[in-house]
Design a protein around this ligand. Structure first.
Ligand code: ZN
Ligand code: ZN
Length: 317
């Protein structure tokens, strides 16, 4: 399926599907499987990006969506920011939108969530700097009926968007160009998100680093904070430091059980780009807290064996 066909299914077939039984419906399956596959075909940018489509859970959503997540930022529609195709409630058109996760913001801000989302969007827009003339920044119009519906929060959370009207959905080449353009905007914002602001204090291993190295170190740490990935890496590699053999449970007993730190092995200088390999088996090692700190200060940040030979084995002898 092409993206053009996918968007047309959203606008032409979804309204009728809404009248029918949700469970087992072919349109629901299209949105879960075929539409994300069409988006993935166009993207082709490594396993850094996840594509997920939702027609609703248990019942039809008023605003069905297909999202693209940068795994460095988020792996769900609940928080962070991501790209998403959002359909208007009146089915007059669909937006491609760089938008924000709503669930977490609603939990924190309650009744003021829309104000918070709009304020964050304004900050993101400022960080983005100039955007292509064909896009709009700020709030979008999803024609929501109820101010409390999820769509109303996506209206407020929009950072940068492009609108496609029913009946004049562009050809696939143009849709692909737009998608690439938005992935570039997303990537730009992800990179800017690492730029320290005056309010964020540098950690001690960041002091003295040039801006470029600082950004890379923060990117590296962000990969390691990806919970799902680091949990997988720990399950695969075990809970003993691969540099010095330290075992937290042997030293600390029960509170040290299954404690270890996941360390990503991509050399920092290659991190600059959208293609980053994130295989928990081959791209991660596990280290104790001391070795983890020290390997970052050493010349062997991506080579645990060399680090061990130079700094750990030598000390033991
Ligand atoms: Zn160690
Ligand atoms: Zn690390």
């Amino acid at each position: 399926m092409s993206i053009n066909a996918a968007l047309n299914i959203f606008l032409e077939e979804y309204p009728q599907a809404l009248e029918q039984r949700f469970s087992g419906h072919s349109v629901a399956d299209f949105i879960r499987n075929d539409v994300p596959a069409a988006v993935r075909d166009v993207l082709d940018v490594s396993d850094r990006y996840l594509v997920h489509g939702s027609p609703g859970q248990g019942n039809w959503a008023k605003v069905p969506w297909v999202a693209v997540y940068d795994r460095f930022i988020t792996e769900s529609a609940q928080d962070g920011f991501y790209l998403v195709y959002l359909v208007r409630e009146d089915f007059k058109g669909v937006y491609l939108s760089l938008n924000q996760g709503v669930t977490t913001v609603r939990k924190v801000y309650g009744a003021d969530a829309k104000v918070a989302l709009a304020a964050r969007a304004a900050d993101y827009i400022a960080r983005l700097g100039s955007v292509p003339a064909t896009t709009v920044t700020g709030a979008i119009d999803l024609a929501v009926e109820k101010a409390s519906s999820l769509g109303a929060f996506y209206e407020a959370g929009a950072i940068c968007s492009k609108y496609y009207e029913r009946g004049s959905i562009p050809a696939d080449d143009d849709l692909a160009d737009d998608l690439h353009q938005f992935v570039d905007l997303y990537f730009r914002l992800v990179t800017k998100d690492l730029t320290p602001t005056s309010s964020s204090s540098a950690e001690d291993d960041e002091v003295g680093l040039e801006q470029e190295d600082l950004t890379k170190l923060r990117e590296h740490k962000r990969i390691e904070r990806n919970r799902k990935l680091s949990e997988k890496a720990k399950k695969i590699h075990g809970y003993t430091c691969q540099a010095c053999g330290f075992d937290f449970s042997r030293q600390y007993g029960e509170i040290g059980r299954t404690y270890i730190e996941a360390h990503h092995l991509t050399p920092l200088h290659t991190l600059k780009g959208q293609k980053v390999s994130l295989d928990p088996e081959t791209d991660f090692s596990v280290l104790c807290s001391n070795c983890h700190r020290m390997i970052h200060r050493s010349e062997f940040v991506d080579k645990v064996e060399e680090f061990r030979a130079r700094y750990v084995v030598r000390r033991e002898s």
